[in-house]
Design a protein around this ligand. Structure first.
Ligand code: NAG
Ligand code: NAG
Ligand code: NAG
Length: 281
């Protein structure tokens, strides 16, 4: 367990970023731009590898040939970073974008095409990268989810497609023999909220993830202010949002008291841990 002091430091630092994730971002009125307009720096694209293209769609029958990972996301992101496309919010090392790529087709055949599609961002030095034992923050952190093959993520060198881990299994299942979970493999860990039994368990999972330096996300959550506030108060890092404006409004209102509530949650947790340790002695 991390000490209370470092947990509180983490909570304070994380307040600088809006803890909002644009779930299935490609379904927004204007993919990517609806999020950037609200300074929401985490977006998600479902991707199908088909006919030598990476199509962005929810299901294979909804594929529209004009909507590819490159046309909706990668070309715009590169243009924003290199200054050829104007954006309401910069994408930079200081204000990085998390791009979740949800592999809908099988991992083995989809991984290499995604790696190839990222080449212009990679060549520009814009991707968060792990190499030679060092994690270097870039303007864009790519996280594979869905069918993303963990072994391919671990094997890639340099590594610039990261992994969305199962937040319930960070302590119980190692990523590979001899490796521990950490942001150099999984900057993000998630779970379907319907498999979480209570707010207290959710809080525990958030703190477990933070022990590993990993950020938390719960999907399949209810969509109302009370629910979003519960996640904000727990220090959950990427609150799943479909109505980006509504969740932004909730965060703006919550913000004034957030620090105190998050600190209180950590203090409560730390006290419980201290109690547990005393019992063990
Ligand atoms: C972004 O904001 C600008 C300025 O307010 C507005 O004109 C534009 O329609 C917005 N775009 C999206 C996708 O929300
Ligand atoms: C495909 O997407 C484009 C761009 O949004 C749109 O203009 C077009 O109508 C779509 N095609 C179909 C078949 O839905
Ligand atoms: C800047 O981004 C645009 C849009 O993606 C791209 O066409 C262009 O090649 C990029 N230029 C550089 C120098 O990376």
């Amino acid at each position: 367990m991390l000490s209370l002091v470092s947990l509180v430091a983490f909570a304070s630092a994380s307040l600088a970023v809006k803890p909002i994730h644009s779930h299935n971002d490609y379904t927004r009125a204007v993919p990517l731009w609806t999020a950037l307009n609200l300074s929401i720096m985490s977006v998600e694209a479902d991707v199908f590898w088909q006919s030598n293209q990476l199509y962005v769609a929810h299901t294979s029958i909804e594929i529209n040939k004009s909507k590819t990972l490159d046309s909706l996301y990668l070309a715009n992101i590169l243009g924003i970073i290199n200054g050829t496309i104007a954006s309401p919010t910069p994408i930079s090392v200081a204000n990085p974008l998390q791009l979740l790529i949800d592999f809908k087709t099988d991992g083995a055949s989809t991984f290499k095409p995604v790696q190839d599609a990222l080449q212009p961002l990679r060549a520009g030095g814009h991707l968060t990268t792990y190499a030679n034992g060092k994690l270097t923050q870039g303007a864009v952190t790519v996280v594979g989810t869905g069918n993303t093959p963990l072994a391919s993520v671990i094997a890639s060198n340099p590594r610039d497609i990261f992994y969305d881990a199962d937040i319930r299994k960070l302590y119980s299942t190692k990523p590979a023999t001899g490796l521990e979970w950490g942001p150099e493999i999984a900057p993000l860990a998630s779970v379907d909220y319907s498999s979480v039994s209570s707010t207290a368990q959710m809080q525990e999972l958030v703190l477990n993830a933070h022990d590993f330096g990993i950020k938390s996300r719960f999907w399949d959550t209810a969509s109302n202010v009370g629910t979003w506030n519960t996640f904000f108060a727990a220090g959950s890092d990427w609150v799943n949002a479909d109505d980006l404006q509504a969740v932004s409004n909730a965060w703006a209102t919550f913000d004034s008291s957030a620090k105190g509530m998050i600190d209180a949650a950590y203090q409560k947790w730390d006290a419980l841990q201290a109690e547990a340790n005393v019992e063990e002695l």
